[in-house]
Design a protein around this ligand. Sequence first.
Ligand code: AQP
Length: 329
Amino acid sequence: MKKSLSGIKPTGKLTLGNYIGALRNFPKMQEEYENYIFVADLHALTLPIDPDYLRNNTRDLVALYLACGLDPKKTTIFLQSDVSEHSELNAIIQNYLYMGELSRMTQFKAKSASLNQNAIGLGLFAYPVLMCADILLYDADVVPVGEDQKQHVELCRDLVHRFNTRYKKEIFKMPEPIVPSVGARIMSLTDPTKKMSKSGEKGDIYLLEDLTSIRKKIMRAETDLGSDIYFDKENKPGISNLLTIYASLKDISIKEAEEHFKDLHRYGDFKKEVADVVCEEIAKIQQKYNEIINSNLIDEVLKEGKEKAKSIAKMVLTRVQKAVGIYGK
Ligand code: AQP
């Protein structure tokens, strides 16, 4: 059976963007793939974060994984920090990636732009190295991600090619990014030229947000002055973003969504229908989340996930250690 692996950083409250671009697609993978989903808590340390906030977000994220349909019998759910092999593999593969290519990563450039240039953490710069370790430790065939993470998976592919060529053997499996055809980049509702992000502001919709507040944000979403509803990212970024959200949640194409709204000429009516679909989906998630968040299920799932993940990760790490010449392996 082919393997799929993905994860999310517990850096803040999960957004509708995280859900549509990534989380919503995770349970689909468990039907066809041996599925590994982790909480990227070491990655969460790449920018300053309050310890209690990180701990709470971690628990929330596991509860949301379960509430969104991940079944621990079909998916190995675990914490990155629980499997020390991630850090051990990171220490080896960092020698096969170059500072030039890491400094060209779009996410690094975006996240470091607003920082004091003399105090950019090494972890932020080296983020994609650890991400390569995450992927390669489980021999993942596919990695479902939103558009912003695709570049990191491409870098991982370069590393695999470089490493396997150097050791003249298939030490690492070549991973493939899976990016949703609709909804790979959901934008902020107040500024549809910016990505909706956990660390964003009032234009973002959170999975655990009050439904009335979500509805208000959608009704106030930034749009153009026209009245026709069609997809045009350049001239109608706000309408295009709402159409994308609608199409993703309805599992239809953008064309089908345009067709659905073609006779509607009032943005207010359009927004109301989008808000209905979003609130209906989020209400279901919140109901399940509330059942899970205070139960023992979270720790049980993580304990079992840790054991399963560790057994695979150990095997792959040993294979790599042998290949590079670590004594006694
Ligand atoms: N706006 C988005 N639209 C579609 N997909 C998105 N993803 C994130 N934002 C959007 C996808 O969600 C997954 C988890 O992301 P992550 O936690 O690894 O970090 P990120 O990509 O940096 O996401 P955020 O929400 O923007 O986090 P912060 O604010 O902490 O940096 C990934 O698959 C990502 O593509």
